[in-house]
Design a protein around this ligand. Structure first.
Ligand SMILES: [Zn+2]
Length: 411
């Protein structure tokens, strides 16, 4: 990577036609078709991980009555100025109005799903995930491309568990985070964030929660950094920080232990003996937000996404018009293997087409001419100008399919 020629995600997003922002919706991105490929691949990946780990996917309303955030304590903590609130007149009584909020987080509404019916200890741990669309009223001076947005999509989950289950659940979440960040080649580090000055809940619960997280880190042999006083207002958390290719530090994943909201929302389950008990709530996010994570990935890879994420994975370049038919046959074969592939049909020289595919950071170029057609092969090049030579299509398919499956990069 050329360190002197680094671009930010906004510039790369424009050049590769991934996303952009427009004055008409400050702080909220417009996703272009190629950007959506990346978004959807990440969504697919996180769904695979959570389904395998026993999570159940849910979805909760974006616009809810503000009272839920008063009940949860978010209103007091974030203040109404950090949320989008609407006063709407009460249809039953014109003289009254009802206050609604565009949800800035999913947690309070997740508790409503929990409370939907009585819960038994047999259902715990109950792992409810939600890819939720959130709105936060960031100041216009702080809004920055995809890094700081007013509308974001969170890969959220809330786990309702007994106190005995905390260790296993947090431990599994940390394993999922490690696996996830390793697959992008990020260096990562855990940090324990403890009670902040303004907080909800009793000191006794804070002691219990902090000890529980410390125990998980200790028994897993994880050396965690310290973020004293930086916990959520309802509980301590373990944050994951990563280092990108430019040595910058980003906080992404988080797992938070919460005794407060189960109390605020009077959550219960019936234990083995038939008595009512209070579950604990574990909040966790792996990306943080899709928007911010994609911004970081875009800058980390400088647009040269790993093959599994690349909007277009293969560009077929016929040397002359007479090779169109063979190019079409190659295209069909690659498409049958579910690869994202196109033929460059423009009236340009082969060199110009190769250059453009490289500028677009397409992982592979397949060049087809007389020789390739006659030998029933393809000539393969990578975006970093590596010439892999001529090979049968099957050989290339095997290589690229493995690369996609293991989320490896071309280089
Ligand atoms: Zn939450």
């Amino acid at each position: 990577m050329d360190k002197n020629n680094l671009k930010d995600h906004k510039q790369i997003g424009q050049e590769l036609e991934l996303f952009f922002t427009d004055e008409i919706a400050p702080g909220a991105p417009f996703w272009l078709p190629k950007g959506m490929v990346i978004f959807k691949e990440l969504e697919k990946y996180i769904r695979q991980l959570t389904e395998k780990a026993g999570y159940l996917e849910t979805s909760t309303p974006i616009m809810v009555k503000s009272e839920i955030f008063k009940e949860s304590g978010h209103w007091e903590k974030f203040g109404e100025h950090n949320m989008y609130n609407l006063e709407l007149s009460d249809e039953a009584d014109d003289s009254k109005s009802i206050s609604y909020t565009l949800k800035p987080m999913n947690c309070p509404e997740s508790t409503i799903i929990y409370r939907f019916r009585p819960r038994s200890y047999r259902e715990l741990p109950l792992r409810l995930s939600e890819i939720g669309r959130l709105h936060r009223r960031e100041k216009s001076g702080e809004v920055n491309g995809l890094l700081r947005v007013r509308q974001l999509t969170m890969d959220d989950a809330h786990i309702y568990a007994t106190e005995d289950q905390i260790f296993d659940e947090v431990s599994k979440i940390l394993d999922m985070m490690i696996m996830f960040y390793k697959s992008f080649g990020f260096e990562y580090e855990f940090r324990l964030a403890t009670r902040p000055e303004t907080r909800a809940g009793s000191d006794e619960n804070w002691d219990k929660a902090e000890l529980a997280l410390e125990k998980v880190l200790k028994e897993k042999g994880i050396k965690a950094g310290d973020k004293k006083g930086d916990g959520a207002f309802y509980g301590p958390k373990i944050d994951v920080h990563i280092k990108d290719s430019q040595e910058r530090d980003w906080q992404l994943a988080t797992v938070q232990l919460d005794f407060h909201q189960p109390e605020a929302f009077k959550l219960e389950y019936v234990d083995e003996k038939g008595s009512k008990r209070r579950p604990v709530m574990i909040h966790r996010a792996i990306f943080g937000s899709f928007e911010r994570f994609i911004a970081i990935l875009t800058e980390h890879f400088q647009g040269a996404f790993p093959t599994w994420l690349a909007p277009l994975q293969v560009q077929i370049i016929p040397i002359a018009d007479r090779h169109q038919k063979y190019a079409q046959i190659v295209l069909e074969q690659l498409k049958n293997s579910k690869l994202r592939v196109e033929i460059d049909n423009r009236q340009e020289t082969m060199q110009a087409k190769i250059r453009d595919a490289q500028t677009q950071k397409i992982p592979y170029m397949i060049i087809v001419g007389d020789r390739e057609e006659k030998e029933n092969k393809i000539a393969v090049r990578t975006r970093s100008s590596r010439d892999l030579g001529a090979m049968p299509i099957e050989e290339f398919l095997e290589k690229i399919k493995l690369e996609v499956e293991h989320k490896r990069n071309t280089e």
